[in-house]
Ligand binder design. Structure first.
Ligand SMILES: *Cc1c(COP(=O)(O)O)cnc(C)c1O
Length: 422
């Protein structure tokens, strides 16, 4: 297929997009900036900016400690129940707490304790490094009995599905993977891998940080045991927003939070001296929730629910296909490689393009060309498509500027530059 390489065609696609109006629901102070990093830090919803003012000035400033009885206490479950609708879970199966990394720590320990005698934990090299560090730390903490069996991708793009299937055995306690890989955007078949792990009696924990809000997820239908996810990416919850965790209902009473704290205690205001876990998911809370950042997650989730995850996925697929077509015609001849799956069914909502001058190109885009992608070593320029606010014109313009970065050799002056955050 060849598509027209002009801006008018991009505008035509935007005109036919029935989600295009949602862009206006987000703050956009720099209309000329092409923002393709919504998979790392989502944009600020206008409603969130208004809520922040109310939260700080009125709820905290005026209501003071009364706020806890006026909605703050229930926020972890109430917002969790809304996120549940995006991930195919029941309202009482999701709670907002801590960071993604800390939630992983809690759930991995709980899972391993629920599979005593089994020593194998399986993951892959496409997983987010923090997830692997947490696994290593947990294995160490539990006395070094566990073996982390790593499956390696043959091309760095596609998940090593066959290797994972081969590693699953009756000694496996836990399989844990990122649903969408943070670098390549590879999307695992959640129901199939969950079923394979269950066939050997292992538990499965999915990190949906890079899929929630962009890809339909059905944890219930997949039979998934556990999941964690991030709220500052496609959920647009704000920098460092607390994360969520999911535990299938029938497992909740069996699992114990290794960071026992008073927010997970049964009757916390009795101030009993001995820990007794709360019924349900509140037992996976630990300390006092960060009310301000927690409350600010809600407007972004509401916008996604209003748009509908199936419509968002349809737009995301149309946009990543468009981007790949533009890459093929415009960027491949300039040395860019496609480092994401070509098959739309196996792809999340970001596209990684490689280039030998990748980091220099990334810095030229950011500093000179008005495009904000991000960079993932060794050579990936990662273009996040957030269908709720990314336009086809954004994608078209980004591709034109990526071409310009190479034809004008804009990368040259950044060759020795290594920024702290990419
Ligand atoms: C973004 C992301 C995280 C983030 O973890 P934090 O604890 O918020 O730093 C974890 N896992 C995956 C797969 C991610 O994409």
């Amino acid at each position: 297929m060849t598509i027209p390489l002009d801006a008018a065609y991009a505008d035509q696609l935007d005109a036919a997009d029935d989600l295009a109006g949602l862009r206006q629901a987000f703050v956009n102070d720099e209309p000329d900036l092409i923002y393709l990093d919504g998979n790392s830090l989502g944009r600020l919803p206008r409603a969130t900016a208004d809520l922040a003012a109310d939260l700080v000035r009125r709820q905290w400033g005026t209501r003071l400690i009364r706020g806890w009885n006026e909605g703050w206490f229930e926020l972890p479950e109430r917002i969790g129940a809304k996120i549940a609708r995006l991930i195919g879970a029941e309202p009482d199966e999701v709670i907002v707490a801590d960071s993604t990394s800390v939630n992983l720590f809690k759930l991995v320990i709980a899972a391993l304790r629920a599979r005593p005698g089994r020593e194998r934990i399986i993951s892959d090299d496409l997983n987010f490094p923090s997830d692997l560090y947490i696994l290593q730390g947990v294995a160490d903490l539990l006395g070094g009995r566990h073996e982390i069996a790593m499956a390696y991708s043959s091309d760095g793009i596609h998940g090593p599905v066959e290797t994972i299937l081969g590693l699953l055995d009756h000694n496996t306690a836990l399989l844990t993977l990122s649903h969408v890989a943070f670098k390549s955007g590879f999307l695992y078949d959640m129901p199939a891998l969950t079923a394979a792990a269950h066939a050997v009696g292992a538990l499965v924990l999915w990190d949906v940080s890079h899929s929630v809000g962009a890809v339909p997820i059905n944890l219930s239908e997949s039979g998934a045991d556990l999941a964690i996810g991030c709220c500052y990416k496609y959920l647009n919850g704000g920098p460092g927003a607390p994360a969520f965790l999911y535990i299938r209902r029938d497992l909740q009473a069996q699992l114990v939070n290794p960071i026992a704290g008073w927010m997970g205690q049964r009757n916390l205001f009795n101030f009993d001296l001995d820990y007794e876990p709360a019924p349900g998911l509140r037992r996976f809370l630990t300390g006092t929730p960060p009310v301000v950042s927690l409350a600010l997650i809600e407007p972004g989730v509401d916008l996604l629910l209003a748009a509908g995850i199936d419509r968002l996925r349809a737009k995301s697929l149309a946009q990543t296909e468009y981007l790949i077509e533009l890459w093929q015609q415009r960027l491949a001849p300039l040395g860019y490689t496609l480092n994401s799956p070509r098959d739309p069914a196996r792809r999340g909502s970001h596209i990684s393009l490689g280039h030998p001058e990748g980091l220099g190109i990334d810095l030229a885009l950011i500093n000179e060309l008005g495009v904000l992608p991000d960079f993932r070593a060794p050579d990936n320029i990662r273009l996040g498509v957030a269908p709720i606010y990314t336009s086809f014109r954004d994608i078209y313009t980004a591709v034109e500027r990526m071409a310009q970065a190479v034809t004008e050799q804009r990368y040259l002056k950044y060759r020795d530059h290594r920024p702290a955050v990419t």
